[in-house]
Write a protein that binds this ligand. Structure first.
Ligand SMILES: *Cc1c(COP(=O)(O)O)cnc(C)c1O
Length: 405
């Protein structure tokens, strides 16, 4: 059997010069000697060494090869390198889920006595980690209104080590000024961690805005077809070496190479999918805004979004989610959800299939009515994740379902 050369024609430096869409197709490839076109799935736990000396050198870090898939794997490494190229981060590390990424990004750098400041409007599990898990180990936290810059500043104590935020937030699509919060963080010697799931790497680059660490649930738009779970942490080489690498290796939240392969291939089509879903989301937001049975429509790129100017400044598009209020509170929202046929009810988002959620009774059920009101989540509020269907079929389905309200 003969194989053609597996040597890449593009150097990493040349790939870094290419446009993002091209980097997402060609970045990070590690070809096997068979010179396959599509990236190989290396479903292996371990690696064999030619000699005992080679094994010793690898464990000493003097030979760059792979050791064990809990540490790293060629398929996973391709996914990490490709996403790092898109994000403009020095390094990326993939994890088994978005929550594994969030938890590792925090635990790896925190110790008893440290303090975290986070925006109050967080994905439910992120809020659990910060509000309930960390305090069990003596890491205190303060939750602030993320849109209030003075509140971030006021919450800083000499023990503060980390700021954590999401923008846009779930489900109210409020924005946090990432550059301004990064400035407050850095003046206080604090690191800023941004969960960039709702914006996606296509539409917002937190590292360019000053964030130190970016985390993703790749489960959402990066897979984009509702198949696998994975997460990613993007950071500097120094943070990786000082904090993250050892934590990940020893505690083992590693991603399955199969899931990493699905995510790697997902990156190839990410720009096309985001462009399509976003165009539909923007069109649907405009179409819904004029409807009688709809109250407020929230979409960051609409001129009536309270932070429209900030959206234009820090995002490259309004995103793939639209949140709106249906008349008649919970009963109205339930009647609307139950009448939808193309759009399906699910707590998930970032799928090829359009999905609708009633946050007050699902993702934000565990909060008291007062806490929900404080977060701006009303009983009639509905979150729509726009998929890849034809926009007119989505609009028709939504308008037909609204007639039942
Ligand atoms: C889904 C999600 C997570 C968690 O990701 P999993 O892959 O489900 O663990 C974290 N943050 C945000 C904003 C999310 O939407």
């Amino acid at each position: 059997m003969t194989a053609s050369s597996a040597e890449p024609k593009l150097t990493p430096a040349e790939i870094a010069e290419l446009r993002p869409d091209t980097r997402l197709v060609h970045g990070g490839i590690l070809r096997s000697p068979f010179a396959e076109t599509s990236e190989a799935l290396y479903l292996t736990q371990g690696y064999v060494y030619d000699t005992a000396e080679q094994a010793e050198a690898r464990f000493k870090g003097e030979d760059p090869g792979f050791i064990y898939t809990r540490y790293s794997n060629p398929t996973t490494a391709m996914f990490e390198a490709r996403l790092a190229l898109l994000e403009g981060a020095e390094v990326a590390r993939a994890t088994a889920s978005g929550m594994a990424a969030v938890t590792a990004s925090l635990l790896c750098q925190l110790s008893t006595g440290d303090h975290v400041v986070a925006a109050r409007a967080l994905f439910g599990s992120c809020r659990y980690v910060i509000e309930e898990l960390l305090p069990r180990f003596g890491v205190t936290s303060t939750l602030v209104d993320g849109t209030d810059l003075a509140a971030w500043q006021a919450a800083v104590t000499p023990a503060t080590k980390v700021f954590f935020l999401e923008s846009p937030t779930n489900p109210t699509l409020e924005l946090v000024d990432i550059a301004a919060v990064a400035k407050i963080a850095h003046e206080a010697g604090v690191r800023l961690v941004v969960d960039n799931v709702f914006a996606t790497p296509m539409l917002q680059s937190p590292i360019a805005l000053g964030a130190d660490i970016v985390v993703y649930s790749a489960t959402k738009h990066i897979d984009g077809q509702g198949r696998c779970l994975a997460g990613v942490i993007l950071c500097s080489e120094k943070f990786l070496n000082d904090h993250l690498q050892t934590f990940l290796r020893q505690t083992g939240p590693s991603v399955s190479p199969f899931n990493a392969w699905v995510m790697l291939k997902g990156l190839e089509t990410l720009p096309l999918r985001i462009e399509r879903s976003q165009a539909s989301a923007a069109a649907l937001a405009d179409r819904l805004a004029g409807e009688g049975k709809i109250g407020k429509v929230i979409y960051p790129y609409r001129a009536d979004h309270p932070q429209h100017a900030l959206a234009k400044r820090q995002m490259r598009g309004g995103g793939t989610l639209v949140t709106f209020e249906v008349a008649g509170g919970k009963a109205g929202a339930f009647r609307f959800l139950n009448q939808l046929k193309v759009v399906r009810i699910s707590n998930n988002l970032g799928d090829a299939k359009s999905l609708v959620t009633h946050p007050a009774t699902t993702t934000h059920q565990r909060f008291t009515a007062e806490a929900r009101a404080e977060m701006g989540i009303s009983d009639g509020m509905v979150r729509l994740s726009v998929g890849l269907e034809h926009v007119d079929d989505l609009g028709d389905d939504i308008l037909r379902a609204l007639k039942a309200v």
